[in-house]
Design a protein around this ligand. Structure first.
Ligand code: PLP
Length: 400
C-alpha cells in the first residue's frame, strides 16, 4: 500500500515561495521584491569582492584540511564574531561570561538558542507583532509558547513604542522577550537610543530575559557599531542575555550558512557549564557546523586590510539601498500617488513596510509581475535606477 497517502501538500513558504513564482514568470518587467537578498543596480546578486578574494586564498591553501570542526565550531571565528557584536572593550567578554558557538547562520543560532532555553529556562516568549515569520515556527519547534507585543501602528505607519512598552510590562516576570537588534524585519522601524534605555529599565524591573536577533548588523545605519547599540547597552547594564548573529546579509554569505550563538551568563563558572550543555543540544542536531563560511568570515574579521575592504563594500551596499528609498519616494511624490510616503525613507534596513493592502499587493503581483509579500513588505534590494519608475507607476495604479 501507499504508506504516505495521508500526507497533505504543504503550502509553500511565503517568502521563498515568492522567489519561485518570480523565477517562473517570463515577463521582461518582472521585479523580485520578496526575498531579502542584496541585488546590484542590474538586479544581479552581489558576491562581495573581498569574499571572492578570501575564498581563492582558502581554496589554494593546501594546509587547510577537511577535518571536522569542534561541535561549537571554529574557535577563531567565535572570538572574532564575539568582538564584532559586543565590541572590542566588552567587559562581559573580558570576564569570560560570554559563551559563543558557531551556528548554521541566524536561523540555526535561533534554533539552538530556543532549544537551550526550552531545556534550562522554560518561560513564555514574547515576540513583536509583526515579526519575521520563521520566528514563530522556530519557537514552536522548541515547545515554548509565545505571545505577541504591539510594535507597529498601521494608522501612522510608525513604531508603537507605548503599545510595546505596555504589553511587555504585562508579561510574567522572567519572560523571554525576542528583540530585533536593528533593522526590524518586516517593518524597518527601530527604537531610538532613548527608547532602548527606557526598555532596559523595564526589563530590569520585571526581570525579563532579552533575546536579541541580529541579522542586519551594518545594514541599518551602515555602521557596525551603531547597529550593535541595543545589544551593547543591555550587556553593559549587566543583563544575562542571548544574541543570535548572522553573516548572511552583511557579508553576502547567504548560502554559506554562517552565524553565531552567544549567551551572556552571570559568571564564568556558569558560562562553562552552559557551553557544555549547549554542545549536547548541538551534537544530536547536526554534530558540528560547516567550515567554509567560518574561514571566510574569520579572515575578513581578523585581517585589518580585508576588514577595510569589507567596510567599503558594506557601505556601498547600504548606500544603494538608502538611495533607492529616496528614488522610490521621489517617484511616488512626482506621480502624485495619494498618501504620505515619508515612511519609505525613514524606515531602516533591507525592507520597507509600504502599508499596501493585500488587495493592492495582488494587483502588483498579478497585473505588474512585481513580487512582494502580502503584508506589503518590499525588499529595497530589488529596486534599481531602471525599474523604480515602473514600480511607482504600478503602486499608483494599485492605490487609486
Ligand atoms: N532573523 C531575521 C529577522 C531575518 O530576517 C533573517 C533572515 O531573513 C534571519 C534571522 C536569519 O537568516 P539566516 O538564517 O539566513 O542567517
Amino acid at each position: 500500500g501507499n504508506l504516505f497517502e495521508q500526507v497533505q501538500l504543504a503550502p509553500p513558504d511565503p517568502i521563498l515561495g515568492t522567489a519561485l513564482a518570480y523565477k517562473a514568470d517570463t515577463s521582461k518587467d518582472k521585479m523580485n521584491l520578496g526575498v531579502g537578498a542584496y541585488r546590484d543596480d542590474n538586479e544581479k546578486p552581489y558576491p562581495f569582492k573581498v569574499v571572492r578574494k578570501v575564498e581563492s586564498q582558502i581554496v589554494n591553501d593546501h594546509s587547510i584540511d577537511k577535518e571536522y570542526l569542534p561541535i561549537d565550531g571554529l574557535a577563531q571565528f567565535n572570538a572574532a564574531a564575539q568582538q564584532l557584536i559586543f565590541g572590542k572593550d566588552s567587559s562581559a567578554v573580558k570576564e569570560g561570561r560570554v559563551i559563543t558557538s558557531q551556528a548554521i547562520s541566524g536561523t540555526g543560532a535561533l534554533r539552538i538558542g530556543f532549544e537551550f532555553l526550552a531545556k534550562f529556562y522554560n518561560r513564555e516568549v514574547l515576540v513583536s507583532n509583526p515579526t519575521w515569520g520563521n520566528h514563530h515556527d522556530i519557537i514552536k519547534c522548541s515547545g515554548l509558547n509565545f505571545k505577541q507585543y504591539r510594535y507597529y501602528n498601521p494608522k501612522n505607519m510608525s513604531l508603537d513604542f507605548n503599545g510595546m512598552f505596555t504589553d511587555i510590562s504585562m508579561a510574567k516576570p522572567g519572560s523571554i522577550v525576542l528583540l530585533h537588534a536593528c533593522a526590524h524585519n518586516p517593518t524597518g522601524l527601530d527604537l531610538t537610543e532613548d527608547q532602548w534605555k527606557r526598555l532596559a529599565g523595564l526589563f530590569k524591573q520585571n526581570r525579563l530575559f532579552p533575546f536579541f536577533d541580529s541579522a542586519y548588523q551594518g545594514f541599518a545605519t551602515g555602521d557596525l557599531n551603531r547597529d550593535a547599540y541595543s545589544i551593547r547597552l543591555f550587556t553593559e547594564l549587566g543583563f544575562q542575555l542571548i544574541v543570535t548573529q548572522s553573516f548572511a546579509k552583511n557579508m553576502g554569505l547567504y548560502s554559506d550558512r554562517i552565524g553565531a550563538f552567544h549567551l551572556v551568563c552571570a559568571n564564568k563558572e556558569t558560562a562553562a557549564k552552559c557551553l557544555s550543555q549547549l554542545k549536547l543540544v548541538i551534537r544530536p542536531m547536526y554534530s558540528n557546523p560547516p567550515a567554509h563560511g567560518a574561514r571566510i568570515a574569520t579572515k575578513i574579521l581578523t585581517d585589518p586590510a580585508l576588514y577595510n575592504e569589507w567596510m567599503e563594500e558594506l557601505s556601498m551596499v547600504s548606500k544603494r539601498i538608502i538611495d533607492m528609498r529616496t528614488a522610490l519616494k521621489n517617484e511616488l511624490v512626482r506621480l502624485e500617488v495619494p498618501g504620505n510616503w515619508n515612511h519609505i525613507v525613514t524606515q531602516i534596513g533591507m525592507f520597507s513596510y509600504t502599508g499596501l493592502t493585500p488587495e493592492q499587493c495582488d494587483i502588483l503581483i498579478n497585473k505588474y509581475h512585481i513580487y512582494l509579500l502580502k503584508n506589503g513588505r518590499i525588499s529595497m534590494c530589488g529596486i534599481t535606477t531602471k525599474n523604480v519608475g515602473y514600480l511607482a507607476a504600478a503602486i499608483k495604479d494599485a492605490v487609486v
